[in-house]
Design a protein around this ligand. Structure first.
Ligand SMILES: NC(=O)c1ccc[n+]([C@@H]2O[C@H](COP(=O)([O-])OP(=O)(O)OC[C@H]3O[C@@H](n4cnc5c(N)ncnc54)[C@H](OP(=O)(O)O)[C@@H]3O)[C@@H](O)[C@H]2O)c1
Length: 366
């Protein structure tokens, strides 16, 4: 595919932590050409290097093709941006109401929005998709387009990063054994707050017991993902019942979770391991460019997964699981890990974009 045949893509929020990840993921993407960058009015008009060079968090340098791109104003230049790209990724730190209005303005300007933000996660006709789990929720998009009066434009979101380590592991077990309840304690990296140790030195040698709003998201968002598409939008599932505690720990990237789960039908440990190793979703069947080959990987080594060793498995798009065993209070317990800014943010968003392009929801050269 040459660059003219590729989907032309913009990033709104390009200077932030997720935006930076997206820039790197799009560098050699086989389907997508990064053609436009936007951020706040503070950065607009500057080159990317001027606006973000001093706060570039990634290990790789800023790509040469991006350094001198001029930033647009993500709020003021909506029409100009929508006219130049086939869709945008949106990863912006803003007030919820303003962000909802911003994303709807892009959709109404006929620009599909692939969002990392939480603002629209509970809008009934906005699908919240983990591509391996609930790709069918894209079917709600025409309802949203009818409400917004758009033909091509719509908003699709990814879920919160915390649950992306444990919900994929619970998903096929719920299908097979009927999950009744689960408890998850998450140990979340500081990049999840858009920070590193340089910008958040208080986190060195420290654990912070509060991530505001995270426990509510971790407990409630899975119910929308388990929900059904109805003529009134997505109806969240009534159960299973979930509870969580989310802690900020001193690691750069990677959210770990310690999970306890009980089921209607009592599961066999070896059967669970086989279900995980066999599990593949639509992205694997369609061989989407960012799909991990082995989505759920079980470590037999008793001291794995470890954050530093395993967060980058499958280019940060896999979920790593270990320490599965019976529990005295619940049926089973295990530990799992995913990369929060790859699977949990930019990579998950990119995989969603690939899915929606492949399925015809996002068109080229409208
Ligand atoms: N970090 C993660 O692991 C993670 C995971 C999942 C979801 N998210 C979500 O992704 C979003 C971005 O997170 P982040 O960590 O990348 O944040 P961040 O590093 O603080 O970056 C925020 C971005 O928003 C831009 N921005 C701020 N106000 C704006 C405005 N009025 N108009 C247009 N752009 C504006 C900033 O531009 P300037 O540089 O010009 O200020 C910057 O590009 C948030 O909604 C967050 O909750 C983050």
């Amino acid at each position: 595919m040459n660059s003219k045949q590729k989907w032309q893509v913009g990033i709104v929020g390009a200077t932030g932590m997720v935006g930076q990840r997206l820039i790197l993921l799009l560098k050699d993407h086989p389907w997508f050409q990064l053609s436009l960058l936007a951020a706040s009015g503070r950065s607009a008009g500057k080159t990317y290097r001027e606006a973000a060079g001093h706060r570039w968090f990634m290990d790789e340098p800023i790509p040469e093709t991006v350094k001198d791109m001029k930033l647009y104003d993500g709020e003021k230049d909506i029409k100009a941006i929508a006219g130049q790209v086939d869709f945008i990724f949106c990863a912006v730190e803003m007030d919820k109401k303003a962000l909802q209005a911003l994303e709807e303005a892009y959709a109404k300007a006929e620009c599909p929005v692939l969002s990392n933000n939480s603002a629209h996660r509970w809008t009934a006709d906005v699908p919240m998709i983990i591509p391996e789990l609930n790709p069918d929720h894209a079917q709600v998009i025409p309802q949203q387009q009818q409400r917004l009066g758009s033909v091509h434009g719509f908003i699709a979101v990814k879920s919160n990063c915390s649950l992306q380590s444990y919900l994929p592991a619970l998903w096929p077990l719920h299908e097979k054994f009927g999950l009744t309840k689960a408890l998850a304690c998450t140990y979340q990296a500081i990049s999840g707050a858009g920070k590193n140790f340089h910008t958040w030195p208080e986190m060195v040698d420290n654990i912070n017991p509060l991530i505001k709003g995270e426990e509510e998201k971790s407990e409630q968002e899975p119910l929308k993902i388990w929900g059904k598409v109805t003529p009134q939008g997505i109806l969240p599932a009534a159960g299973p019942s979930l509870t969580s505690q989310c802690l900020r720990v001193p690691v750069t990237d990677g959210h770990m979770a310690a999970v306890f789960a009980s089921f209607e039908k009592k599961p066999d440990i070896d059967e669970i391991k086989k279900i995980w190793s066999d599990f593949a979703g639509l992205p694997q069947q369609l061989k989407l460019p960012s799909a991990p080959q082995q989505f759920l990987y079980y470590f037999e080594e008793e001291d794995r997964p470890q954050t530093r060793l395993d967060r980058d498995r499958e280019k940060g798009m896999g979920v790593s699981i270990g320490r599965l065993r019976p529990d005295s209070q619940y049926d089973i317990k295990f530990v799992c890990l995913s990369h929060n800014t790859l699977r949990g943010a930019a990579g998950g968003n990119l995989l969603l974009a690939e899915l929606l392009c492949q399925q015809g929801y996002i068109r080229q050269n409208r």
